[in-house]
Design a protein around this ligand. Structure first.
Ligand code: CA
Length: 443
C-alpha cells in the first residue's frame, strides 16, 4: 500500500502543474568551430564522441546540415531568430561595445518560448552583445556564461571577460566546459516541473587551446599537439552533453525533450583563422569561407517522442530551421509577419511531408556568397582557402558527386550559373547593409 502511494506520488510529481504533455522541453546545444569530420557519427576515428553519437542515434542526423554563415556571431544570430542574419545587418562578428550585437528589432527563440510559458535559460557563450543585448534582456530568465566571442577555459588565465551568473561575476573556478555542463544540469534540476528551453552554447572547441591534464593524457597517442588538445576539449564537451543526457533520463524527461545539436560554423583550418586542429574532410574550405568546410556542420535533431531514431536525412537543412521547429513542437504558430526564413523540419523528418524543406539556401558574407539549389552550388569564396588573396571567381559545383568542391562546372553549365545567380540576386534584395564592418572579422 505504502509503495503504491509512493508510486502514485512519483507519477503525480512527474506531471507537475504547468507541464502540459504537448509542450516538450527544448534544448539547443551549440558547438564552436568544430570540424565536420570530428564526430563519431561522421566517422571520426581519433576522437570518440559517445554522447553526441548517442544523441544522433536517438534522433535524426542531417548530412547536409548548414549554418547561415561561416562565423560565430552571425550564425548564432540566425539560430536565435530563425532569420538570415543579413536580413537585419548582423553579417559579421560585432566588435566589443555597448551598442552592437543582435539588433533590438529582432525577437529571439527565448522571447517566443517564454511567451508560450517556458522557463528559459542560457548557459555558455553569447557573442550577441552586452547591455540591452544581454541574454536577460533577450528572453532568458536565467543566464550563466560569458558575453564575448572567446574565453579561456581556466580561471587563472582569465582572458575573455568575466564569466557571469546573471549580471554578476560568477567567480567561476572550474574548467569552463565542465562548468557549463554543471550549470546545464542545474538548470534542468531547477526547472524540471515545467516546460523549459535551455540554450547551451559551448565555446568548445574554439581557441584558446586549453585542456585539462587528465583529458590530455587520454589522447597521448595523438602526436600533433594542437590536435591532441582539440581532442581533449571535444571530449570535455561530449562529457558535458552526457551529463545533461543522464540528468534528463534520471528525471524521465528524455522522451519529451527536443534536442538540437549543431556547430556554429566549420573548423578553422586555413591561414588567417585561429586554427584549432579541426578537420573538415571530405569538405573543402574553412571557417571564414562560404565553401562547404565553412558552413556545413554536424547537425542532429532528437525528440524520442516524435522524431525517428537513427534516421539519416540528406536534403539540405539550416540552423534557421531550429526556431520554427522548436516553436511547432511547443504548439506555437509561426506568424507570416515574423518573416522567418527557417522551416519546421518535423513534418519532413517524420515523413508527413515529402520532398526537401527548402527550394534553395543562401549565404552572404561580405564579398563572399553562395547559393545551393538541389545538388548545385554557386559560390564565391575567400581565396585564402587555396592560398590566394581576395575573393576567388564565381564557381559552380555539383555536390552530389563532388562534395569536396573540386571541379568547377561554371564554363560547362552557363545556364545553371545564370539560374543560381538570379536566385541569389533575388534573395539578396531582402537583405540590408551590414550594421558594422567585417574588415577585421574579429573572432
Ligand atoms: Ca564559431
Amino acid at each position: 500500500m505504502f509503495r503504491a502511494l509512493v508510486a502514485l506520488c512519483v507519477s503525480l510529481a512527474a506531471v507537475a502543474p504547468g507541464r502540459a504533455a504537448d509542450k516538450p522541453n527544448v534544448i539547443v546545444i551549440v558547438g564552436d568551430d568544430m570540424g565536420y569530420a570530428d564526430v563519431g557519427f561522421h566517422g571520426c576515428k581519433d576522437i570518440p564522441t559517445p554522447h553526441l553519437d548517442a544523441l544522433a542515434k536517438a534522433g535524426t542526423r542531417f548530412t547536409n546540415g548548414y549554418v547561415s554563415g561561416p562565423y560565430c556571431s552571425p550564425t548564432r544570430a540566425g539560430l536565435l531568430t530563425g532569420r538570415y542574419q543579413t536580413r537585419f545587418g548582423h553579417e559579421f562578428n560585432p566588435a566589443n561595445g555597448p551598442n552592437v550585437g543582435l539588433p533590438l528589432t529582432e525577437t529571439t527563440l527565448a522571447d517566443r518560448l517564454k511567451a508560450a510559458g517556458y522557463a528559459t535559460g542560457w548557459v555558455g557563450k553569447w557573442h550577441l552583445g552586452t547591455g540591452e543585448r544581454h541574454p536577460l534582456k533577450r528572453g532568458f530568465d536565467s543566464a550563466f556564461g560569458f558575453l564575448g566571442g572567446a574565453h579561456s577555459y581556466f580561471a587563472e588565465k582569465g582572458k575573455g571577460g568575466t564569466v557571469l551568473r546573471g549580471t554578476d561575476d560568477a567567480k567561476e573556478t572550474e574548467y569552463l566546459t565542465d562548468a557549463f555542463g554543471r550549470e546545464a544540469v542545474a538548470f534542468v534540476e531547477k526547472n524540471k516541473a515545467k516546460p523549459f528551453f535551455l540554450y547551451l552554447a559551448f565555446n568548445a572547441v574554439h581557441t584558446p587551446m586549453h585542456a585539462t591534464d587528465e583529458r590530455l593524457k587520454k589522447f597521448a597517442d595523438i602526436k600533433d599537439n594542437t590536435r591532441r588538445t582539440y581532442a581533449a576539449m571535444m571530449w570535455a564537451m561530449d562529457e558535458a552533453v552526457g551529463k545533461l543526457q543522464a540528468k534528463l533520463k534520471a528525471e524521465k524527461l528524455d522522451r519529451d525533450t527536443l534536442i538540437v545539436f549543431v556547430s556554429d560554423n566549420g573548423g578553422p583550418t586555413m591561414p588567417g583563422t585561429t586554427t584549432n586542429g579541426s578537420v573538415n574532410a571530405p569538405l573543402r574550405g574553412s571557417k571564414r569561407t562560404t565553401l562547404e568546410g565553412g558552413i556545413r556542420v554536424p547537425f542532429v535533431l532528437s525528440w524520442p517522442a516524435r522524431v525517428p531514431a537513427g534516421k539519416v536525412f540528406d536534403a539540405p537543412v539550416i540552423q534557421l530551421d531550429v526556431l520554427p521547429t522548436a516553436l511547432a513542437a511547443a504548439g506555437v504558430e509561426s506568424k507570416p509577419e515574423w518573416k522567418l526564413d527557417g522551416t519546421d523540419l518535423l513534418p519532413f523528418v517524420t515523413g508527413a511531408a515529402k520532398g526537401a524543406p527548402h527550394e534553395a539556401l543562401y549565404w552572404r558574407f561580405g564579398a563572399q556568397f553562395a547559393v545551393r539549389k538541389g545538388d548545385w552550388k554557386l559560390v564565391k569564396y575567400d581565396a585564402a582557402a587555396e592560398g590566394g588573396k581576395g575573393t576567388a571567381p564565381v564557381r559552380l559545383y555539383n555536390l552530389a558527386d563532388d562534395i569536396g568542391e573540386k571541379t568547377d562546372l561554371s564554363a560547362k553549365e552557363p545556364a545553371k550559373v545564370k539560374e543560381l545567380q538570379a536566385a541569389w540576386d533575388d534573395w539578396n534584395k531582402g537583405n540590408v547593409a551590414p550594421l558594422w564592418g567585417g574588415g577585421k572579422n574579429k573572432e
